[in-house]
Structure formats: C-alpha cells, structure tokens
Write a protein that binds this ligand. Sequence first.
Ligand code: NDP
Length: 326
Amino acid sequence: MVRARVASFATPGGPEVIDWQDAEIGAPGAGEVLVRQTAIGLNYIDTYHRSGLYPLPLPSGLGTEAAGVVEAVGDGVSGFSVGDRVAYFSAKPGAYATHRLVGTYTLVKLPDSIDDRTAAASLLKGLTTEFLVERCAKVQAGETVLVHAAAGGVGLLLVQWLKAIGARVIGTTSSPVKAELAKANGCDEVILYTREEVAPRVRELTSGAGVRVVIDGVGRDTFASSIDSLSPRGLMISYGNASGPVTAFELGLLARKGSLFVTRPTLFDYCRTRAEVEAASARLFKMLASGKVKVRIDQSYALEDAAAAHRDLEARATTGSTILLP
Ligand code: NDP
C-alpha cells in the first residue's frame, strides 16, 4: 500500500475544477504494475477531458501519460520488473498523480539515452507524430506538408520528423516569436495564421499547386483553410480541436475541392495491438537517438499546479512540451 497524491474532478469546467486528494494505492492486480511517477506529460487532450468536450464518467482522474519507475509487479506480467524505468500513455485519464497502477499494453521500457522528463514530454506526442507522418499520411521525401500550430508540443515534433525524412514543411503559428521557434526547428516557411490568410499563402509557396497533406490539430478555426490548401486528391488529417471541434461537414465539399480525402485519426487506433505499440515506440526512440528530432521542455510546473499549466496551454502561452513534476 502506498500513499499517493492524486488529481480528480467531479464536474466538467475550467481549470479550477481540478482537485487534489490523498489516496491509498494497493498492490497491482493481474496484468498491472505500480509506477512511482517522476514526470507527467501535459497534453491538450487533458483539457478536453476536464472541460467535458470528451465526456468521461465522473468523478474522473486526469492525465494521459507519465514516466517513472516500476515499484511492484502484478501476477501474469512479463517483460517488466521492479526498478525498470518506464513510460506509458493511457486512454483512461489518471496520470496526474504521484503513483499509479497501469496495465502493460501501453507501457514501454525507457532506453538509458532517454531521461524520464524527456519521456514524459514526448511519448504520447512523439507516437502521435510517428503515426501521423509514417502510417496515416505516409509522407515521402520531397513532398510539402502544411502543419498547423507548428511551435506546439506535437507541432515541433512534426516539423522535425518531417524534415528528417526529407519533406518540405509549411507551418502556422499565432505569433512571430513562435514562428522563429518553428523555423529554428526546421520549418521552411511559417504563416502567421492569426494575421494572414493561409490558403492563398500556401498556393503562393507551392506555385499554385497546394499541398498533398495538411496535418491539423487546431480544428474549427483552420478546417476551411486547410481544405483550401490541398492539391487534388490531397489528404486532410484533422487530429485535434485546440480551437474547438469541427462539427458540420458537407461531403460534397470534397468533390468540389478536388476529390479530397479527410480523416480524423486517434493514436489509439494506430496502436491497437502490443506489437503496434512496440514498433511505434521503437521508431520514436530511434528518431530521438538519431538527434534529428529533439524534445523541447519549455514549461515545467509542480504537479499540484496542473491548473496553471492548463490555463497557459489554453491561452496559447506555451511552446514545445510541458511537464508536471511530483
Ligand atoms: P499544443 O502544444 O500544440 O497546444 C495547442 C496549440 O494550438 C496552441 O499553442 C496554439 O498555437 C494552437 N491553437 C490554435 N487555436 C487555438 C485556440 N483557440 N486555443 C488554444 N490553442 C490554439 O498542444 P499538444 O501538442 O498537446 O496537442 C496538439 C494537438 O494535437 C491538439 O489538438 C491535440 O488534441 C492533438 N492530439 C491528437 C492526438 C490524436 O490521437 N488524435 C494525440 C495527441 C494530440 P498557436 O499559438 O501557434 O496558434
């Protein structure tokens, strides 16, 4: 039995609904391990859970990834031992805690080259990057890709990963400071989407052709301009809702705009088996070890200041990745 500090919320709302309690955590059940968490990753999805955009049975925990050390192992667990350094992402929120019982399906051992903070800052975001670029868009060297919110957590990883495989990247950001950061991480061109029209600028930058792929985690505010930035038979990947969800959508639009494809993917559908989790994390760790993709931890907060971290993330006041430290 360990005594843990654990976040929960009982009603959907703003960051103020996050509450902290002491909890007794028992021994791991079959197929579980107990992790003493050393760093927790902040992800935009945590705000959707908290606000009710993605409804959960309440009360609920919060947080979808963390890194730490295995402190106990339940029956039937193979491949993990007490003392292992690990990280995980999880569909069930509950990572905002000092300790947590987790299943092993999305648990990975950390190589010595990746410290706990880097792991917490990059496992969920890096696996998202891997599936978007390699398995959803199947980007080839020489192609041009439009990446929205290019200075964000997933955004900076996308820019670097795309450059590493030889693509040309057009990014968008809300401010010149964020634009400079995106460029410093390899973005070839940056459009200030709060000041400039995106689609006409993309046409200018592609000699009128448009791009084959748009990777859009902003959602409502960018959907129309993303569609207008595509070349015929292009692929619109809408993978998030930072500005709000895309709701109304007329199928005929895809015909009028050039036989386009639209997908709304999630990481869990690209990590449906343990084999997929292992293959994707191996590709991520290899990319990080190559030095071609570097993780920026631009904000760290004490774990119990998670509400402040949510406020900053939703106010567009963050860049790169953010972690919470117990
Ligand atoms: P970010 O660090 O990218 O933060 C979100 C960014 O979105 C902001 O910094 C801001 O950049 C931009 N943004 C644009 N409009 C708004 C707005 N109205 N309010 C707030 N931010 C806005 O977050 P993450 O890296 O954690 O996540 C990025 C996206 O990826 C999210 O949409 C998330 O849901 C999605 N995601 C999806 C997954 C999936 O499986 N489908 C998995 C992981 C993440 P700027 O100031 O430059 O506009």
